[in-house]
Design a protein around this ligand. Structure first.
Ligand SMILES: [Zn+2]
Length: 110
């Protein structure tokens, strides 16, 4: 198991878990969320939206990547994604395609 690199890793994961809990409790959504950050800043986030949007592609990771790329462009190579679970095959492909060289962290990887 990897150790967190900084307090910022834990804070960003806590934000991710809070987003997922909020979406689950208040919107009846699946309890998934993702936060994207660069060196502890630039938090760009989304909870899962599949039920709300009635779109099976509205995974938290995909929604967060879309927001981040609208704000910063296609290359997110200096960013780290924090997610509440290990990304599915669809999200894993999108993460790789967005030049996420720093990868994705989820609770069992911290
Ligand atoms: Zn997914």
């Amino acid at each position: 198991m990897l150790k967190p690199n900084s307090n910022s890793d834990l804070e960003l994961m806590q934000r991710c878990i809070a987003l997922a809990a909020d979406a689950c409790i208040n919107d009846g959504e699946y309890p998934f969320a993702a936060v994207i950050a660069s060196k502890g800043t630039f938090p760009c986030e989304s909870a899962n939206r599949a039920k709300r949007d009635r779109d099976v592609n509205s995974h938290a990771e995909i929604a967060a990547l879309s927001k981040a790329q609208l704000m910063r462009g296609a290359d997110l190579s200096d960013c780290t994604m924090y997610a509440t679970v290990e990304p599915c095959a669809l999200c894993s492909y999108a993460i790789r395609d967005s030049s996420h060289r720093k990868g994705c962290l989820w609770p069992s990887r911290l």
